[in-house]
Design a binder for this molecule. Structure first.
Ligand code: ADP
Length: 263
């Protein structure tokens, strides 16, 4: 019986080893597939503004169009917009690549979070497009988070500019901060177009856009929330979305609270 059992054990181990190899292979294939998709996406995203720029420049240099005082400024404006779009895209890509290579510097400090948020919203409220109101719902007590303020500013920047982009005129944007036992949760809610249920979780993927045509028009790169997710995770936090189509979207993220100092 003993001998039989050890044979059985050997087989089980072999089987386990085999399964480990198998799952490593599929993981490797997945990473490779994602890498290829990423390169294809980047190429496509860069080609679109480049071909647009080329055709407008061709039209301008064709004959005397460049001298035409009504058409030429319009065409140059398109070229300028497209080049700005490319710069945004390349900047976002550089940032993602830095994070992938783990050589990005996250400089964390002890920060009083409620005041930090208050300042950021103040700035946004000041620059908000007309007819949009940003409302703050902040706790009265101070809370401390160990974080990189610049990176967190960027996260909020991405989330709040989305909320503004997808909000109707006269819409409210609500920023709420809630203190929980070990975490502090920040929620940004809008009354905008919303996201279909089956697509909500995908919005944190690189290059994912619910409505390609519309977001392109608005100058989006499809990378803003992917960057936000990487940055929040680098702070040991989590980010998620709740949305109802036609009613609005809430993007929330949580960050670990610093433990109170004793004595
Ligand atoms: P983009 O640069 O296109 O805004 P993001 O990564 O910031 O890229 O967002 C990804 C996609 O998620 C957007 O293209 C949009 O379709 C959707 N999305 C993000 N925020 C909102 C929001 N507040 N309301 C509706 N849709 C949103």
């Amino acid at each position: 019986l003993k001998a039989n059992f050890s044979v059985f054990q050997d087989e089980a181990e072999e089987m386990n080893g085999f399964l480990t190899v198998l799952s490593d292979v599929t993981e490797e294939q997945k990473v490779e597939r994602e890498r290829r998709e990423f390169v294809a996406n980047v190429s496509h995203e860069l080609r679109t503004p480049l071909t647009t720029m080329r055709s407008y420049l061709e039209a301008l240099t064709d004959g005397t169009t460049w001298k035409d005082e009504t058409i030429a400024p319009k065409f140059l404006h398109v070229v300028q917009n497209e080049s700005e779009r490319m710069i945004r895209l390349v900047n976002d890509l550089l940032q993602l690549s830095k994070m992938d290579n783990q050589d990005h510097r996250i400089e964390k400090h002890r920060v009083e979070y409620v005041q930090f948020i208050d300042h950021i919203i103040e700035r946004f409220a000041f620059n908000a497009k007309e007819g949009l109101t940003i409302k703050r719902h902040l706790p009265s007590k101070a809370s401390y988070v160990y974080m990189d303020s610049d990176k967190l500013t960027q996260v909020l920047d991405n989330i709040i500019s989305n909320a503004m982009k997808y909000s109707p005129e006269g819409g409210d944007i609500d920023v709420t901060v809630e203190v929980q036992k070990h975490h502090i949760v920040t929620k940004v809610s809008d009354e905008g177009v919303g996201i279909p249920e089956e697509k909500v979780d995908k919005i944190f993927d690189r290059f994912y856009r619910v409505d390609k045509a519309r977001t392109r028009q608005m100058g989006g790169t499809g990378l803003g929330l992917a960057i936000a997710k990487d940055l929040i995770e680098a702070h040991d936090g989590a980010i998620w979305a709740d949305s109802r189509e036609g009613q609005g979207t809430t993007i929330s993220f949580s960050l670990p609270l610093m433990r109170k100092k004793r004595g």
